[in-house]
Unconditional design. Structure first.
Length: 267
């Protein structure tokens, strides 16, 4: 069985480390690689895969392409407007999105309190999946702090497909934080002192970026003693779900997380 993560850029991905650790822990005869596939190239890449290929983890900028080429699409992938998982089945390629349930599991692992409203810094594909996860956890309102309001339109449309969810978009410079949960999906360089200070009142901080670590936001949350959900938490939880889809075995969470932690520490 062969699997891989595809995207561009891809060299930084920890997915091979996680999945290979899972295979080793369970003694499975399988391989998992990282393959650079540029925007517009996913359909051609998939068409050339032999029968030994079982699954693909899909990252930027290919998540919409994965949705479009699939023979079947899960409800949550359709809701998110993108797929991070392709699995070969008897009916062809099936598209799913494990970022959404992965984010839910990552949050609940660190925080078991109420989620009535939330703020997401950034407005890309990751903002869409984490926003939908927050809605599934009970959020009625999600605020996007966007660097470019126009580029947030696709994410807003995805979030508004969730029944009853109210979405508003404000400039990132204002740092207008609402709700119990703050999620950051932007690079460390975009995390201003004003933004970092504004997150102090949140019950939990979710920093999606895991490299470099810690970001200013993560460092401040740790110093304050706020519950902190990390990008590695998200990556591991969504990878565990993918692992089960590819192999038919439950993903060994502890082994996969440990391998990710060691790989990050070595960078």
């Amino acid at each position: 069985m062969r699997c891989a993560v595809v995207g561009d850029p891809i060299a930084h991905s920890l997915s091979p480390v996680l999945h290979r650790a899972g295979y080793a822990a369970l003694g499975l005869d399988a391989s998992y690689d990282a393959v650079q596939v540029p925007a517009g190239g996913l359909a051609g890449f998939v068409a050339g895969l032999g029968p030994e290929w079982r699954g693909l983890s899909v990252t930027a900028p290919l998540k919409r392409e994965a949705l479009d080429l699939a023979d079947t699409v899960s409800a949550r992938a359709e809701l998110a407007g993108g797929a991070n998982t392709l699995v070969r089945t008897e009916a062809g390629w099936a598209a799913d999105n494990t970022d959404l349930p992965g984010a839910m599991a990552a949050i609940r692992e660190r925080y078991d309190g109420p989620v009535g409203a939330a703020t997401i810094v950034g407005a890309g594909a990751t903002a869409a999946s984490t926003g939908l996860a927050l809605a599934e956890l009970g959020a009625c309102t999600v605020r996007l702090l966007a660097r470019d309001r126009a580029r947030a339109a696709e994410t807003v449309a995805a979030l508004e497909r969730h029944p009853g969810l109210e979405v508003d978009v404000v400039p990132i410079e204002g740092g207008g934080i609402i709700g119990e949960v703050v999620v950051s999906t932007v690079p460390a360089a975009a995390q201003s002192e004003v933004l970092v200070a504004a997150t102090a009142a949140a019950a939990v901080v979710f920093e999606v970026v895991y490299d470099p670590w810690p970001t200013p936001l993560a460092a401040a949350a740790a110093q304050r003693g706020q519950p902190l959900v990390t990008g590695l938490d998200l990556l591991v939880h969504q990878a565990v779900l993918q692992f089960a889809m590819y192999t038919g075995h439950d993903g060994p969470l502890d082994a996969m997380r440990s391998a990710g932690e060691q790989a990050l520490a070595a960078r």
